[in-house]
Design a binder for this molecule. Structure first.
Ligand SMILES: Nc1ncnc2c1ncn2[C@@H]1O[C@H](COP(=O)(O)OP(=O)(O)OP(=O)(O)O)[C@@H](O)[C@H]1O
Ligand SMILES: [Mg+2]
Length: 643
């Protein structure tokens, strides 16, 4: 589509009209009529935000169409909110807890008088979650407010106390809160107490314009002036007006501007307790002191705070902080521990950045694998890479074992998993550095090298460094080589999928006959044959299932696929992950010699040249670029088929 001058103008005009349509101006009397039509208009801050979240859609995680997600969360009764779904990955529990907080708070439960506090390690997404909530506020419809009020006050505050009951009945709403000193003064002086005439306008929330969103950065402890929170008195006006005249007030603190929306405390526990007490009174009692001698001011705001775990622990350890602790809803924001979701995090960040280089297949997976391994707690039940796969929702049989590992048990064993390890930012830095080195493309090889270099320089304990290097130089190295070999095999084997499926069908036929003690009907000759146990074994031994373990494995495969076919799922060689792995390995082994010779050879005969080019172009089709296809093939030649 060509975007000409007219269409720019059109876009602007449509936008302006739609904004103007939402703008409204009237008196309190007009506003009351509006509420009568729609009593859902006056909302408290938590309810406004929650209604918006809900409006974007929500479903039970059990209804997810992703089989892995279903498997992972089958014991949890979690709600997924669409609003967060495409930006936050693998922290479903955290997001569900945040949403639950808003749900209870919107019903005026105790949560509406508590601080929402996000605690987690660096780079786990705390700030992003808060920003996302702030964006929700910016997207909600404008609120009605008393014109000129520095706190965008709810106009119903104008209704005098003695009439409120009656108005509440007439309107079907609850009226809470009192006028701020500025509005009280203006009502008397400018409108001669005729509150019904006070002008009401619509106000849109905006973080940048400090409307409905106030932010409190950690403040220098030597200079904790409360004006950041509650505004101040304008000294220059003090000699003009008498003491107690609200015209000297500058109600521009975070609590003032965040009224009706949100106040965010960044690194909250870096502040003095005095600050924190103001925060607690604001949530618990819903008022803040006015600067100077102006009494107190009603506030209605979602108060969100965040910090890392160390600060939280320090704060918690001090028992004089008990009163504050009791008024905080703690939501942990751990690192994501699911491989597939970690990849999505980097895809998201790369998409938003100006990173434009080529990203070779498996690069983000490999970096993500490192991040997650560093975050996992070891267990006696399986090795870490198996744990990683289980957490990823894969069905894994650890080498040589047949007993399935129970995910729930694994989760119960951990103490503080996800609260330490490598952060998203560390990985992003590695990707950037790898690109700076190569100049064209990032791939598993240069990213792994960069990670190794960064770990060597990182300021961590020697033990941890050793552990990280082992992940990179051993665990991940091996895993990647296996994957690379599979990939090269696929590029070599003509119609890989068909061959794999044939092998799979064959295995099923024979395993089924073996388990049921029947015969196999040959698909071509219709001959009835004994199940070929030698063939079955040749597949199973690929994943180290040997001896007595084989019986159980065969039964499991058959049971699994029966269940799948009963649910009318289409079955391919990929349906049952352990078997898929065995089949892929078998195929790989069958062409290992030829792929080795052809990839490594310095000189090739004509036939080999043909095969080599077919392989390369197949890799290019799979997403490699001219540069990295060369890199990975050299890497394979040097590492995979070492002489
Ligand atoms: N689970 C996740 N899903 C999506 N994005 C994530 C996730 N975890 C981290 N990120 C991304 O990682 C980056 C860093 O996150 P963010 O700045 O929000 O972390 P933080 O917890 O506030 O860290 P800090 O404690 O250092 O302030 C952001 O781009 C964020 O979107
Ligand atoms: Mg942050």
């Amino acid at each position: 589509m060509e975007i000409g001058k007219t269409s720019f103008a059109e876009v602007i005009q449509t936008d302006r009209t739609s904004r103007e349509n939402k703008e409204w101006r009237g008196t309190l009397l007009d506003y009351l009529e509006k509420i009568k039509e729609d009593p859902s208009i006056p909302k408290l801050a938590h309810a406004r935000l929650y209604d918006f979240l809900l409006g974007q859609g929500m479903y039970d995680i059990a209804q997810s169409d992703d089989a892995r997600v279903k498997r992972l969360y089958k014991d949890d009764n979690l709600k997924v909110y669409n609003y967060f779904k495409d930006e936050f990955f693998g922290i479903e529990r955290t997001v569900a807890q945040i949403s639950r907080y808003f749900h209870s708070a919107s019903l005026k439960g105790e949560e509406s008088r508590q601080v929402l506090y996000l605690m987690g390690p660096v780079g786990s997404g705390k700030s992003s979650l808060v920003e996302k909530l702030q964006r929700a506020l910016e997207e909600t419809d404008p609120v009605y407010a008393i014109e000129g009020c520095p706190m965008f006050e709810e106009p119903l505050h104008l209704i005098p106390r003695h009439l409120r009951k009656e108005f509440e009945q007439m309107l079907g709403v609850h009226i809470e809160g009192d006028l701020c000193p500025t509005c009280r003064f203006r009502l008397k002086e400018e409108y001669q107490a005729r509150y019904e005439d006070v002008p009401i306008v619509t106000v849109s929330f905006s973080k940048r314009n400090r409307k409905g969103i106030g932010v409190v950065p950690p403040v220098d402890p030597n200079n904790q002036d409360t004006s950041v929170l509650i505004g101040s008195e304008d000294i220059s006006k003090l000699d003009k007006y008498s003491e107690g005249d609200p015209r000297v007030l500058e109600l521009n603190g975070a609590f003032n501007v965040g009224n009706r929306g949100m106040v965010e405390f960044i690194e909250v526990f870096k502040n003095e307790t005095e600050y924190l007490h103001a925060m607690i009174t604001a949530t618990q009692e819903k008022f803040i002191p006015a600067p100077g001698r102006h009494g107190t001011i009603y506030v209605d705001s979602v108060i969100v705070a965040h910090s890392n775990e160390a600060e939280w622990q320090k704060f918690k350890a001090d028992h004089t902080n008990e009163a504050i602790l009791d008024r905080i809803v703690v939501v942990k924001v751990p690192y994501n521990l699911r491989l597939s979701e970690e990849v999505k995090i980097y895809q998201k960040i790369l998409k938003k950045s100006s990173f434009r280089a080529h990203v070779a297949p498996h690069t983000l997976e490999m970096a993500s694998m490192f991040a997650i391994l560093s975050r996992l707690e070891p267990t006696a039940k399986c090795d870490l890479i198996t744990k990683l796969r289980l957490y990823n929702g894969e069905e894994v049989v650890e080498k040589g074992r047949t007993k399935k590992i129970n995910l729930q048990e694994l989760r119960e064993d951990v103490k503080r998993e996800g609260l330490s390890g490598v952060s998203t930012r560390f990985i992003m830095k590695a990707l950037d550095n790898a690109l700076a080195e190569s100049g064209r493309c990032i791939n598993p090889i240069n990213v792994r090298e960069t990670l190794i270099a960064m770990v060597k320089e990182q300021d961590i304990t020697d033990d941890l460094r050793k552990q990280y290097l082992e992940f990179l130089q051993d665990t991940i190295h091996k895993d990647y080589l296996e994957l690379l070999e599979k990939e090269i095999t696929k590029a070599f084997v003509y119609s890989y999928q068909a061959q794999a499926d044939a092998l799979f069908q064959n295995y099923l036929d024979h395993a089924e006959a073996f388990v049921n003690k029947t015969r196999v009907k040959d698909r071509n000759t219709r001959e009835e044959l004994q199940p070929d146990e030698g063939f079955l074994k040749s597949v199973e031994e690929q994943i180290a299932i040997i001896g007595s373990a084989a019986d159980g494995f065969r039964q499991e495969v058959i049971a699994y696929l029966w269940a799948a076919s009963r649910r009318a799922q289409t079955i391919t060689y990929k349906s049952y992950e352990p078997l898929k792995e065995a089949i892929e390995k078998k195929l790989t082994n069958s062409v290992r010699d030829i792929s080795r010779v052809i990839t490594k050879a310095r000189t090739r005969d004509e036939e080999q040249i043909g095969k080599y080019h077919t392989m390369v172009s197949s890799l290019l089709e799979q997403g490699y670029c001219e540069y990295c296809v060369d890199v990975v093939l050299k890497y394979a030649a040097n590492n995979l088929w070492k002489d």
